[in-house]
Design a protein around this ligand. Structure first.
Ligand code: T4K
Length: 404
């Protein structure tokens, strides 16, 4: 095995672990029944109705609304545009409070609309926005809170709701990770004013690209409907500004096909997650994030925290060791939105208020899962991690070039 330019198999630390025959990735898409997808695509072509509120999009919206237990679902071409549209529909301006520990799309959706994202720190345990840190950030310019259900584990929706109510702020949830998840028995989708899903290829239910706004607020749904379709309120009748945020029929066909396998995808993710938990239990310095099995989870992210105080290997060292063995782990979310442009230049002081975010962006990595990752591959990944953690001192010296 090679790490960078250095061979470490001579040390026989990792030498006994069989290499994976092919790369395993984080984010490998789940593919449902191909025949069903192909039938749907043939039907779309036969009927010559490709987009603009077609039958498959309508059916997809009905199914999503049913699963989320909400009145309205508006399918959108992707999660980022869905965020932008619902933010516009909320009429937000000025400042919006948002976590920095998220995919950059959350912050960009605000900034692209001329709104200032005010980065809030997260809870070290849940990785979600910390409600206790929200209130001090509220100013006369604040119009809303955009929280994220990171890894599909829902935020403290009750506390956020209470803060939003007290300060008369809007409350949206970026639920890109949290489709088909629940909090206290209630499905994600109906919290706050609205929630946004992503059905990107890397999400456990995918529509190739796709997103949706879900809400119980009929007025808000109407504004989203106008905004996603150029402001059309009828044939030839444009009543407001709008963009093109429509989902097309082939996306919806993939989305519906994915939904037919939803339980199978969850079961595969859960099986993988449990295997990781079992095999890494007790490994010094490595912690596999737990899901609350009493809730509905999609188990899409296997998240490992590397305890930098206990190990001489960093998260990035573990990633390099894994990559040398064909295991492509991922640094979600690195380096945190506040360290990316334009935010890094605009708010150079932001990191001072974000100690937990900074700790997580340095310590967290996601491991491969999904229907395409087998238990044998997971055992190999776990063996590598266990060996590396156990022999971290020796590997550290090797990586530093101090050992031959
Ligand atoms: N909010 C949150 C909290 C989000 O996580 C996201 C998206 C959004 C909002 C925005 O929703 P969308 O507009 O995307 O619907 C990926 C995804 O592109 C992105 O959707 C996702 N979050 C984010 C967490 O992950 P990258 O930059 O990591 O993508 P990429 O191309 O590096 O691929 C990631 C991994 O997936 C690689 O290991 C390769 C693998 N992969 C990817 C694709 C596209 C495949 O094996 N097959 C594929 O088809 O962002």
């Amino acid at each position: 095995m090679v790490v960078g330019e250095k061979r470490i198999e001579d040390l026989a630390i990792l030498g006994g672990v069989p290499a994976l025959p092919a790369k395993v990735h984080v984010g490998g898409p789940n593919i449902g029944h191909r025949d069903r997808l192909m039938e749907r695509i043939q039907d779309i072509l036969d009927r010559r109705w490709l987009t603009n509120g077609g039958a498959y999009v309508r059916e997809f919206e009905r199914r999503i609304a049913e699963i989320a237990g909400v009145r309205h679902c508006l399918a959108i071409c992707n999660g980022t545009v869905a965020l932008e549209i619902v933010i516009r529909a909320m009429g937000w301006s000025g400042e919006v409070i948002v976590p920095s520990f998220t995919f950059v799309a959350t912050a960009h959706a605000l900034r692209c609309l001329g709104i200032t994202p005010v980065f809030c720190d997260v809870d070290l345990r849940t990785h979600n926005i910390d409600p206790a840190k929200v209130e001090p950030l509220i100013t006369p310019r604040t119009t809303g809170i955009l929280a994220v259900h990171v890894w599909g584990r829902p935020c403290d929706t009750e506390s956020l709701n209470e803060i939003a109510r007290r300060h008369r702020l809007g409350l949206l949830f970026d639920a890109a990770h949290a489709f088909a998840c629940s909090r206290r028995g209630r499905m994600v989708g109906s919290f706050g004013n609205a929630e946004v899903y992503s059905f990107h290829a890397t999400k456990f239910v995918n529509a190739f690209e796709g997103g949706a706004v879900v809400t119980n607020d009929s007025d808000l749904a109407e504004r989203v409907e106008l905004l996603r379709n150029f402001g059309f309120a009828g044939y030839d009748r444009v009543v407001s500004l709008g963009t093109n945020g429509k989902m097309h029929e082939v996306s919806a066909a993939m989305g519906l096909t994915s939904l037919e396998s939803l339980e199978e995808f969850v079961a595969a993710n859960r099986r993988n997650y449990e295997q990781y938990r079992r095999e890494l239990a007790g490994t010094p310095g490595l912690d596999v994030m737990a899901y609350d099995d009493a809730e509905r989870n999609n188990y899409q992210y296997v998240v490992v925290t590397v305890d930098a105080d206990r190990l001489t290997l960093s998260r990035d060292d573990f990633m390099r060791i894994l990559a040398a063995e064909n295991v492509m782990a991922r640094r979600y979310f690195y380096p945190g939105c506040h360290q990316m442009e334009p935010y890094r230049s605009e708010f150079p002081e932001a990191r001072r208020n974000l100690p937990h975010t900074e700790a997580l962006t340095d310590r967290v990595m996601c491991l491969p899962t999904g229907t395409n990752v087998g238990l044998e591959s997971i055992s190999t990944v776990c063996r590598l991690l266990r060996l590396a953690a156990t022999h971290h001192g020796q590997l550290r010296r090797l990586l530093d070039g101090a050992v031959n």
